[in-house]
Design a protein around this ligand. Structure first.
Ligand SMILES: [Zn+2]
Length: 155
């Protein structure tokens, strides 16, 4: 099964793919990139023909603002409502702020993207980003890709 590798920035054949159920109850397939070993996700069960067809609606929901009570409250007082704002914040926040949210045991950005935004591929990419600049690039690339896939014209 093909999935998008956030590190290679291309579609790859997913390795050691297995079906998992996500927190929101949907089925997904999880595996690793055969080239760089980065964790990959694909929404839907393996073998499902419809699987992975990233619809415009899905992409837009990942880019949309989250509910007011689910916003990401950053240590520096910043509030992020969508991945685009997260990307911008990652460019601007201090290393200290980044390290407050990303430690060896936790990654608040990845968790928020996973639990609230629901974009598992972006969450997986953030989880493997240990520096602020890397995380910022992962988010920026993902947004460009989502907008391209969704056919949404950039503002
Ligand atoms: Zn890769």
């Amino acid at each position: 099964m093909q999935a998008y590798c956030l590190k290679c920035h291309t579609e790859r054949q997913m390795q050691s793919a297995r079906s998992v159920t996500m927190k929101n109850g949907r089925s997904a397939t999880r595996g690793v990139c055969p080239v760089c070993g980065t964790e990959m996700y694909r929404i839907g069960k393996s073998g499902d023909a419809v699987l992975g067809m990233m619809t415009k609606a899905t992409n837009e929901s990942w880019l949309a603002d989250v509910a007011a009570d689910k916003v990401f409250r950053c240590h520096d007082g910043r509030v992020m409502k969508n991945p685009e704002q997260l990307g911008a914040a990652l460019q601007e926040m201090s290393e200290e702020t980044f390290q407050y949210h990303v430690t060896a045991d936790r990654n608040d950005f990845s968790k928020w993207v996973e639990d609230v935004v629901g974009d598992h591929e972006l969450s997986a990419g953030l989880r493997t980003s240990s520096t602020r600049s890397q995380a910022g690039k992962v988010v920026a690339d993902r947004i460009v890709w989502l907008k391209g896939q969704g056919g949404t014209t950039s503002r």
